[in-house]
Design a protein. Structure first.
Length: 311
């Protein structure tokens, strides 16, 4: 992987995203450029499936930097996220030393806590120097981790360092490119947010979502793409849905309908494939049948009206 220079303008940042097939708006390109120039973590918040994680992946590919991902979950601790000691290898070292008659406990303690026995996890890996430049460090779905781990990250984000009691403080020569995502299932503490630049990643409008579908699912016909995007946009306007479909679900649905050789939305096929788009049974039952048929009829009326007007 060959490292690429960082973009130096908003337009260059937009082109960088566009070159990797990511359809973002100018505000995202602006805050991303600032995060790179100021060497500050970028805190991305938004609903699940809107493309937050993809930003880190695209950045890694475009800049030729390694992507180090820390997937957060409840119960995540330092041994999983930062480091742990190779206890089996340490025990072998102790037994070998004892067999050789080495009984100096002070020296033995130093030897078993040497760096060669350290198992480096994502946080520590992100602080290490790399020939291709600082890596892209993705801290994904931070809201799933406990608040205690969130507090631990303050040292990493503030000073680009981590303290290991047996070894001391390990500091990055150059800070990694940090991308933090959260689905807002709980609030993240202000102390952590203050160390980051913030951006809300919203659902795309119809025009941008249509462009995403065209790029990611090129096999979908123009009519099908337009109608399914309009259908998804209509569902997002329904405030009674438990979980609105994200862009990821739109792409999955477009792929599924293309595989089924659909060239336009059909009420029966829509009802049969709603499990690709919606992930809760109550939402599926709400949309299936007459609701889906009504949305499709409205979409097709608007299409006919537009077509007759342009004629």
């Amino acid at each position: 992987m060959t490292a690429q220079p960082l973009p130096d303008t908003i337009d260059a940042t937009s082109a960088l995203l566009d070159g990797q097939g990511y359809v973002g708006d100018r505000s995202l390109a602006t805050v991303l450029l600032l995060a790179l120039k100021l060497k500050r973590p970028l805190f991305l918040e938004g609903e699940a499936g809107v493309g937050k994680t993809e930003i880190a992946k695209v950045l890694s590919q475009a800049l030729g930097r390694e992507l180090i991902r820390l997937q957060c979950y409840e119960g995540l601790d330092v041994s999983t996220a930062v480091y742990e000691w190779n206890y089996a290898a340490q025990m072998v070292e102790i037994r070998v030393s004892e067999a050789a008659g080495d009984t100096d406990h002070g020296e033995l303690s130093k030897s078993v806590f040497a760096e060669r026995f350290l198992i480096k996890r994502p946080v520590l890996q992100a602080l290490e120097p790399s020939l291709s430049g600082p890596p892209v460090f993705l801290i994904d779905e931070l809201d799933r981790a406990d608040e205690a781990f969130e507090a631990f990250l303050l040292e990493v984000l503030s000073d680009n360092q981590v303290t290991i009691p047996e070894l001391g403080t390990i500091r990055a020569e150059e800070p990694p490119i940090v991308i933090i995502t959260t689905n807002r299932t709980r609030e993240i503490h202000d102390a952590l947010k203050r160390r980051c630049l913030y951006h809300w990643v919203d659902y795309p409008d119809a025009e941008r979502e249509l462009e995403i579908v065209r790029r990611k699912v090129p096999g979908a016909g123009d009519r099908l793409s337009r109608e399914l995007v309009a259908f998804v946009q209509a569902l997002r306007a329904d405030e009674d849905l438990f979980k609105q479909p994200g862009v990821a679900e739109t792409l999955d649905w477009a792929t599924a309908l293309t595989e089924l050789d659909q060239i336009a939305l059909d009420p029966d096929m829509v009802s049969d494939t709603l499990g690709v788009l919606l992930k809760y049974q109550d939402d599926i039952e709400r949309v299936r049948g007459s609701r889906a048929r009504k949305i499709i009829e409205e979409i097709q009326r608007d299409h006919d009206r537009t077509a007759s007007g342009s004629a």
